[in-house]
Design a protein around this ligand. Structure first.
Ligand SMILES: [Zn+2]
Length: 207
């Protein structure tokens, strides 16, 4: 084989290698950990175990900040299953809530479900990487409870109006919404969970 042919083959091989490397670096892979996948997949079609502050290990976990989701994460089957199971957990007739955050089921990710009392049919909606970008100075005081704080209620001062930005749970498109009233309280309560904050930290009275 001639030297020029060898050079040509070497060039082709290098080019192919570079194309392969660039393809790999372009396709972001999901970031679900094996532990998270195991927990989400342990019993499809059922509610998840609620992590509560009366369990020492759960309590430490509930105080950790949650990690954001990538677009690849929401396209992964684990995300769909997590949403289904969070919904089953928060709508459990024996222990119903009006919102739930992923850390409450042992998943340290920035996902919350909020019951939209401000919409017809009052659906539960999921928000990925939610962030409050505006909190009104005007506040309202109201009673709150939490699925992770059994047998307790507390009065908390919250903003009357908030703006939440989030990634759309299907398209990952960045969106925002302005929310008022009781639904705004739920958003503030659930998004607090993502930084490890519980309503009992803010409550003026507890009983
Ligand atoms: Zn809560």
């Amino acid at each position: 084989m001639k030297r020029t042919t060898l050079k040509g083959l070497a060039f082709l091989a290098t080019a192919l290698l570079l194309i392969t490397i660039s393809t790999q670096s372009c396709s972001t892979s999901h970031t679900w950990t094996p532990n998270e996948e195991a927990l989400i997949n342990d019993a499809p079609g059922t509610k998840m175990r609620l992590w509560t502050i009366d369990n020492a290990e759960d309590s430490i976990f509930l105080r950790q900040p949650s990690q954001p989701l990538t677009q690849a994460d929401i396209q992964h089957p684990a995300f769909q299953l997590l949403k289904e199971r969070m919904l089953l957990t928060v709508t459990d007739p024996g222990n119903e809530g009006v919102g739930i955050a992923a850390p409450q089921v042992g998943i340290g990710r920035q996902v919350v479900a909020v019951q939209r009392f401000d919409k017809p049919e009052q659906p539960f909606e999921f928000y990925v990487n939610p962030c409050l970008t505006y909190l009104s100075d005007e506040k309202q005081k109201g009673w709150e409870g939490c699925l992770s704080v059994p047998n307790q209620r507390g009065e908390v001062m919250r903003s009357k109006q908030v703006v939440v930005t989030f990634n759309h749970p299907t398209t990952f498109e960045l969106q925002c919404d302005t929310i008022e009233g009781f639904t705004a309280i739920i958003f503030q309560h659930e998004i607090d969970h993502l930084s490890g904050t519980l309503y009992i930290d803010k409550a003026e009275t507890l009983k």
